[in-house]
Design a protein around this ligand. Structure first.
Ligand code: GLC
Length: 754
């Protein structure tokens, strides 16, 4: 197990695991490797869950399960833990996992939003709070961070990750693992981090969730794998295997991917879990002949735990052994890793949680403050013509807040939130009202009804997941009323985007247009002549071509979480300045996908953007873009050596100044381009960034280092990482369009004097 503390601790723990293993029957081993969903939170809720909870309890009572997920009530966790311990001969406790992806009771901005902060320190702090709340209720392990690179925003799960870039993705992956796990797995108030979904899930064909991913060697190693490698190097105790076929072989049955790459090459020492039913699905893929074969293939590939809703494939492991399809030794290797995780967490000594303390921890007001700051720092200012923002409250008498999303508590939290407290969730409307109380009138109009999906979401079984259409909602009348509310206001804050059930898992789209009649509403509000601020509530880029031309101020607020509305008011009225940057290239239209800043020059580049004859092929907003309420300048860019022997590092320094009238945050970004070598390399690659705060007029000097970690890459022909001798360009600035540049060259390694 990674991060196991002292070797003495490790050897004692291993000895205990061996002792348990030696006395287990094959059936008990299969039970230990089985993880069941437990939809206890839905007990009594009519619908698909049915009597699944009772089936699971029966399995616990016969030692048929070693782990559960979706339990977040401490009393229920204690009850199920007791059932587990008493249900197996050796009294082995259960491991409880859950999707604590962006908070548990305190919900943080969705992960794509936190990535947009470009602030690993803040992200680590947020995930540490999430871990504290999770552990307090009896959750030992989170299925997070989701580290799938996503360059196709039709794929709804882009919301769960850190966007398009491997360097930013790796930084966010490592920060989240540190936040969840702290210094090691035995620490109280921490949980095991489970980066997912290994690997290449974000490259689903056509952006269609669950569809196959066909990824070139170069892209797999240079784009999709680096965040996983960073998470493993940060000590992640678990990794979850992905659903889909990767280059024709299901990730969950892929011995090369899980063995050669993850364990051998990246040095992963923790335990693996399949995604939900992904072992059973090896038969669906047409990879395994039946469930017995599926179980054998998964264990042989190194999948330790099978996450199952019902009828697990690992229940067929005894048959698989009898058929000679899998060895007891292979099964023992999986059980050993599972036992070591439980021993590392101290579950044998302390399997239960303190239910009273859980209530105190979940109510900690300090957690809400962390969430408010996270939402402030995640927002990205995309447009601010004429400096409309920040709004000055002195001159405001009436403010219109328009859009159903402005008043929707559930949507403010975003997808992958389950154990929240809606009452304490602050919507944009509530945040604005609280901020302007008594200073100006605030008038709200939904304007349009929520858009509907073509098919239900798997999350619809959770109450409130589908936004309700108010009884008797009259579309035309409501549209007209919203226009009137805007017309009579000094400014209109229009909240548009996607309802949270339209993004995330099983929420791919064939277009990026604003769902429903939102664009019609926006055009009608703009036509009143009232100044308009567009607040985009989404987890992916949406088509803003019209808004980019006609709406003076556009702020991406994402799904900002429990304190979201308060943070949005802080930003809109200037208590804090936005400092976020885009973690992806924002396409003009769905037709451009995939669009990334980090492409090769390829043939006949022509003028940037001349590929389609009917639309520029540059994005609407480039990767790394984000405005502030002030301005920044970059100067004095230099390298401490312009000849760099392969294997050594150079230092880049640059001055950054706040040249505006007010304080603000900037994210200085460093990009490199290898001009030639043994492969064509991207025109730019992010290889360093720093978020910094500067007072008006303040100037500072930043330093970055570039060495083998930043300059080597996986070369498909060599089948390995290489670092070429070549000339490099480098730029530093406030986006991927950074213009201040210099060059250096890598030279043959210098033999080290002995
Ligand atoms: C889901 C997701 C995965 C999640 C798991 C448990 O289907 O693919 O990300 O952790 O099942 O909820």
């Amino acid at each position: 197990m990674a991060n196991m503390g002292t070797t003495a601790g490790q050897s004692e723990l291993s000895a205990r695991a061996e002792e348990l293993l030696a006395s287990m029957t094959l059936a008990e081993k299969a039970g230990q490797l089985t993880q069941y969903f437990y939809f206890g939170m839905l007990e009594g809720v009519e619908g698909p869950v049915g009597d699944q909870p009772r089936e699971v309890q029966a399995a616990l009572s016969r030692g048929g399960a070693g782990s559960l997920l979706f339990v977040s009530d401490p009393a229920q966790a204690n009850r199920l833990q007791r059932m587990t311990i008493e249900g197996n001969r050796l009294g082995i406790p259960a491991l409880f996992g859950f999707d604590v992806v962006h908070g548990l009771r305190t919900v943080f901005p969705v992960p794509i939003a936190m990535a947009a902060s470009w602030d690993p320190t803040m992200v680590e702090r947020a995930q540490a709070v999430a871990a504290r709340e999770a552990r307090a209720v009896g959750i030992h392990w989170t299925f997070a961070p989701m580290v799938d690179i996503a360059r196709d925003p039709r794929w709804g799960r882009i919301v769960e990750g850190a966007g398009e870039d491997p360097y930013l993705g790796a930084a966010m992956a490592a920060a989240q693992v540190r936040g969840f796990q702290g210094g090691g797995l035995g620490e109280p108030e921490r949980v095991i981090a489970g980066p997912k979904h290994f690997a290449g899930y974000g490259a689903a064909a056509g952006g269609r969730d669950y569809d196959e991913a066909n990824i070139s060697t170069s892209e797999l190693w240079n784009v999709y794998l680096p965040p996983f490698r960073a998470a493993v190097e940060a000590g992640a105790g678990n990794v979850m295997t992905a659903y889909m076929d990767l280059n024709g072989i299901p990730a969950t049955g892929n011995a090369w991917l899980l063995g050669d790459v993850l364990r051998a090459r990246f040095g992963f020492k923790g335990f693996l879990v399949s995604d939900a039913n992904a072992v059973r699905s090896l038969a669906t893929h047409g990879f395994a002949a039946d469930l017995t074969d599926a179980a054998a293939r998964a264990v042989n590939a190194g999948v330790d735990l099978e996450m199952a809703i019902s009828d697990p494939a690992y229940a067929h492991l005894e048959e698989a052994v009898a058929a000679g399809a899998v060895s007891v030794e292979a099964i023992d290797a999986c059980v050993r890793r599972a036992l070591e995780a439980k021993l590392a967490l101290g579950l044998f000594e302390q399997p239960y949680v303190d239910e009273e303390r859980a209530r105190v921890v979940l109510a900690d007001p300090a957690h809400r403050e962390v969430a408010r700051v996270a939402a402030q720092r995640s927002a990205v200012l995309l447009r601010n013509e004429g400096g409309l923002l920040p709004l000055s409250t002195e001159r405001l008498r009436s403010v219109a807040v328009i859009g159903h999303l402005a008043a929707s508590k559930r949507d403010t939290l975003g997808p992958w939130a389950f154990d929240f407290d809606l009452e304490e969730t602050v919507t944009v409307l509530e945040g604005v009202r609280a901020r302007l109380g008594g200073v100006a009138e605030v008038h709200y109009a939904p304007g349009v009804r929520p858009a509907q999906r073509m098919f239900p979401s798997i999350f619809d079984m959770f109450p409130g997941n589908v936004p309700a259409v108010p009884e008797g909602f009259d579309d035309e009348a409501e549209l007209a009323r919203a226009v009137e509310v805007a017309r009579s206001a000094d400014v209109a804050l229009v909240v548009l985007g996607e309802w949270q059930n339209l993004v995330g898992e099983q929420a791919s789209r064939s277009s990026l247009e604003l769902p429903g009649r939102q664009l019609e509403l926006l055009r009608a509000v703009v036509a009143t002549g009232a100044p308009v601020v567009l607040l985009v509530m989404s987890g992916r880029p949406v088509d803003l071509r019209w808004a980019a031309e006609h709406v003076p101020a556009i702020l991406a607020i994402w799904y900002p979480g429990t304190q979201g509305g308060a943070a949005v008011a802080d930003l809109v009225f200037g208590d804090v300045a936005p400092g976020g940057k885009l973690p992806f290239s924002w396409p003009r239209s769905v037709g451009q996908i995939p669009v990334t800043y980090s492409h090769t020059t390829s043939h006949d580049p022509g003028a940037q953007g001349e590929r389609y004859w009917d639309e520029p092929s540059t994005p609407l907003y480039r990767f790394g873009t984000g405005l502030s309420y002030t301005t920044f300048s970059y100067s004095d860019l230099s390298v401490d050596r312009d000849q760099l022997p392969v294997g050594e590092t150079l230092t880049v320094s640059v001055a950054v100044a706040n040249t505006g009238e007010r304080a603000g945050d900037e994210v200085a970004q460093l990009y490199v381009h290898q001009r030639y070598g043994t492969a064509s390399r991207p025109v730019r690659e992010l290889k360093g960034f720093r978020r910094l705060h500067l007072e008006a007029g303040e100037r500072t000097t930043l330093r970055f280092t570039l060495g083998p970690d930043e300059l080597s890459y996986w070369n498909a022909a060599a089948g390995d990482y290489v670092l070429d001798t070549a000339t490099f360009d480098l730029w530093v600035g406030g986006s991927s369009g950074a213009e201040l540049g210099t060059t250096f060259a890598t030279t043959p390694a210098v033999a080290q004097a002995h």
